[in-house]
Design a protein. Sequence first.
Length: 296
Amino acid sequence: MNHQRIYVTSPLLSLSRFDHPGSAPHRDPFEEIARSYSVNFIEKGNFSLRIEDRRWQMSRGKVFLTYPGMIFRCRHAEEFPEDVSFSVTYSNRFFDHQDDLRSVISKRTECVAALDNRLAYLHMRLTALIAGHADVMTAEIVAGELFAAATEAGVSNRRLHNTHQLAWYAERVEAARRLMESTYNDKHTLSSLARFTGMSPFHFARIFRELIGTPPHRFLMNVRLARASEMLIEKVSVTEACFATGFANLSHFIRLFQRTFGVSPSKFSRAKTQTVRSLPRMYFSGSKSDGRGNGY
């Protein structure tokens, strides 16, 4: 028997935990069919997972993904299993192109990944949001980061931070992140951000990129571009949007904006298909920013 505790639910996703009540013996179904995209963290216990002809031993520190229609089997050795999983389940409305996303997951060599520091950080953020009763929008944004990180997760040689160390880093990275989001038009530098967090520039740049998934400079540029796009939708002029969001050169702003959005700022402001709803995902991707592939 499975027991599900739902913490957050919205038309786009749900955050929940799965465990097994000790009141009745557990019987594993022969097989299960996933109905949704999901990212699942094993927090406690162990069981075996089989997808097609692949088999994994799942335990704390493992993450597995599902997509609609995926057939899998879970097997427990105990009559009263003690495993606990934290799950982020996405509705189809969360994505624009379900077929492309299904392909991303199903073509992975493995639907199972080992926990890395970025995934651990996002898991920590989501569980903290649950404990703090944060608003649903914040949970949806973090869940979007998680899906991107989980589908792109590879083999990492970096040592996992322990819980105390990860919390220490997360507190400082989040402070820097909030600072850039609230004062995006200020002249931030790597040195000033590092001083703000009490870390060396080298250490701050490495930890920020590791946990956020993009260097500080790219993150700041993406925040500025997202805010500029919102201003353009609000019919602010291109020149005003450029300088109000911290860009010092109009030509550079226009080139960067067009490279990121695929359309010039003036055309963007007139486009009927652009929506602010999709903009926050820019914050989490380093693939489109300054075009040079570098950052702090």
